[in-house]
Design a protein around this ligand. Structure first.
Ligand code: GLU
Length: 367
């Protein structure tokens, strides 16, 4: 994949700590609108190309959300489950120290897969500047993403899309791929609004309950037993089958490249809301659109996390954060769906156009 085009990336930084064997990548895509902003993911499979694709997604996400941030992303290559808590702290701390000088001037870090509020605290302490990252614990004046900002935003994007489709949230059957920091809150808010959760997955497997899953009980089961697969009286299915369930709405909330071309004909949902980053390709979204499926793209629907990061960055409160996330996500999703209809293009194409216009307006280095 040729990573370079008219927008970036401006910097690709690879770091290595020989003593720990820690390797990390930072891609700062475009800083026309401000310092690069995006989370750090800690996974065994993260590589330069994935970090670049996610950094580009952040360029559009931050522009679309109207935030004074450019796009960036970082990755630590490794399996955090194989490290002790102390070792993980050492890796995160080493990564942060190796990025000194770049952070926070050109990159402001945040949480992403396998990185939570404690890791942000470790990162900030190793850097020495509290503005080096967001998603920090409340004790440090932070707004941890564990408060549910991303899920709250995905929920509001869903409400706008349902209104657009003239469908009611009450009684709507839905499935959630990935019961993690995003999926958990999507399940909570949607069921509270009267929708019916019929299928859910996590890294250990997936379950179906046609009569509906109790979100409170699911939360308890996950907390006590470690996985959604232990939910009582549920039918276990293959993880891959989750996306094919007979539902009105599918919310993706975990892994990248989840929906492949061959999956498209098997998807029964008429609405897909992308809570996860890069869950599919533009080509698949076009194919889904041809089958009458509305897809709300990742960087529009899941911007709640980075919007919360922005509120933290400017010293806002938790209450303000929830209001700003709701407000921005609602307005932006409406804008994208209107533009998509007007231009007769899929929502992603419309959203990228809006984001590109905003970046180009300020970009002095773009071609
Ligand atoms: N991980 C989140 C995202 O992908 C948040 C990033 C951040 O707050 O910097 O948007």
């Amino acid at each position: 994949m040729n990573l370079f085009d008219e927008y970036g990336p401006e910097r690709i930084v690879e770091v290595y700590h020989p003593g720990l064997g820690m390797r990390g990548i930072l891609v700062i895509d475009n800083t026309a609108l401000g310092p690069g902003k995006g989370g750090i993911r800690f996974t065994p499979s993260v590589d330069r190309e994935e970090v670049f694709r996610l950094a580009r997604t952040m360029t559009w996400k931050n522009a679309m959300a109207g935030l004074p941030f450019g796009g960036a992303k970082a990755g630590i290559i490794g399996d955090p489950k194989k490290l002790s808590a102390k070792e993980k702290d050492e890796w995160v701390s080493a990564f942060s120290k190796l990025l000194k000088g770049i952070v926070p001037q050109y990159y402001v870090a945040g949480p992403d897969i396998s990185m939570a509020e404690h890791d942000m605290e470790v990162f900030a302490r190793a850097n020495g500047d509290p503005q080096s990252c967001t998603g920090k614990p409340k004790s440090m004046g932070g707004l941890p993403h564990e408060l549910g900002s991303t899920g709250w935003g995905v929920y509001h994007a869903t409400l706008v899309a349902l209104k657009h489709l003239k469908k009611d949230v009450k009684g709507l059957a839905f499935a959630v791929e990935g019961y993690g920091n995003v999926g958990e809150f999507v399940c909570k808010f949607l069921t509270e609004a009267g929708a019916k959760l019929v299928a859910v997955s996590d890294s250990k497997g997936a379950i179906v309950v046609p009569s509906g899953i109790d979100a409170n009980l699911l939360f308890k089961v996950k907390k006590e037993k470690g996985s959604v697969v232990d939910y009582p009286n549920a039918r276990a299915i293959q993880s891959k089958e989750l996306i094919y369930q007979q539902v009105d709405l599918l919310v993706t909330a975990a892994i990248p490249d989840l929906i492949k071309k061959e999956d498209v004909p098997k998807i029964k949902a008429k609405l897909v809301v992308e809570g996860s980053n890069i869950p599919t390709s533009q080509e698949c979204e076009e194919l889904l659109a041809n089958r009458g499926v509305l897809v709300v793209p990742d960087f529009v629907a899941n911007a709640g996390g980075v919007i919360s990061s922005y509120v933290e960055y400017i010293g806002g409160s938790e209450k303000e954060m929830f209001e700003i996330v709701k407000d921005k996500i609602t307005k932006n999703t409406e804008l994208v769906l209107q533009r998509s209809e007007k231009d007769r293009v899929i929502p992603r194409v419309a959203a990228v156009k809006i984001a590109q216009e905003r970046v180009r307006e300020k970009c002095t280095t773009c071609k």
